[in-house]
Design a protein. Structure first.
Length: 199
């Protein structure tokens, strides 16, 4: 074999190597794009989950992604997303709902999100009459229960003491329950009291 034949074989080998590297680079770039798009979808869905959870299914459809895991904590929500085989995780802070004032302090973030969703649906503010209560506040309310038009739980047994209940006006409590935002009135004899719906 002459030098020209050796150079041709060498050139062909180099071209094949370059082509293989280019194809590998394309695959790496495609995978990076898939991961970026999955992360963007996760970021958007976590934000939606933290502010307007009822919009998540439609948004997931629009971004062509599936929420595979959802976890909430004090003041945050986290989602895992799968989009075309690429997985991503995002966490968003649940906004402090200052418009509810001090009565919203220490309420479970899911209750605040449900109330925010209700406000969006009705187009107006919803006032919390009573939210989180310390054991001492519950004891004081218990001591005055005879003058209360609605039932009062004994100290140590109220979900208000854990931030898991909220009292609204009679009209707002009925309205919020009817909206299907995740708050229900579990006690027929206490129509102003709302908790997270069971199940």
């Amino acid at each position: 074999m002459n030098d020209r034949g050796s150079i041709t074989i060498l050139t062909a080998g180099l071209l094949l190597a370059v082509a293989a590297m280019a194809m590998g680079a394309v695959r790496v770039a495609e995978a990076a794009i898939l991961r970026q798009r999955a992360q963007a979808a996760a970021d958007a869905l976590a934000l939606a989950e933290s502010t307007h959870p009822s919009s998540v299914p439609e948004l997931a459809r629009l971004v062509d992604a599936t929420v595979t895991r959802r976890v909430t904590g004090p003041g945050w929500v986290e989602v895992d997303v799968d989009r075309h085989g690429a997985r991503a995780r995002a966490r968003a802070s649940v906004p402090t709902v200052s418009r509810f004032g001090s009565k919203a302090a220490s309420l479970d973030p899911r209750i605040l999100r449900a109330l925010s969703a209700a406000e969006v649906r009705v187009g107006r503010a919803i006032t919390i009459v009573s939210g989180y209560r310390s054991r001492e506040e519950q004891a004081a309310l218990w001591a005055r229960r005879a003058s209360n038009p609605f039932p009062v739980a004994e100290p140590g047994s109220s979900k208000h003491e854990h931030g898991l209940a909220v009292d609204l006006s009679l009209a707002d409590a009925a309205l919020v329950e009817s909206l299907g935002v995740g708050l229900c009135r579990p006690y027929p004899h206490d129509p102003v009291h709302l908790e997270l719906c069971a199940g």
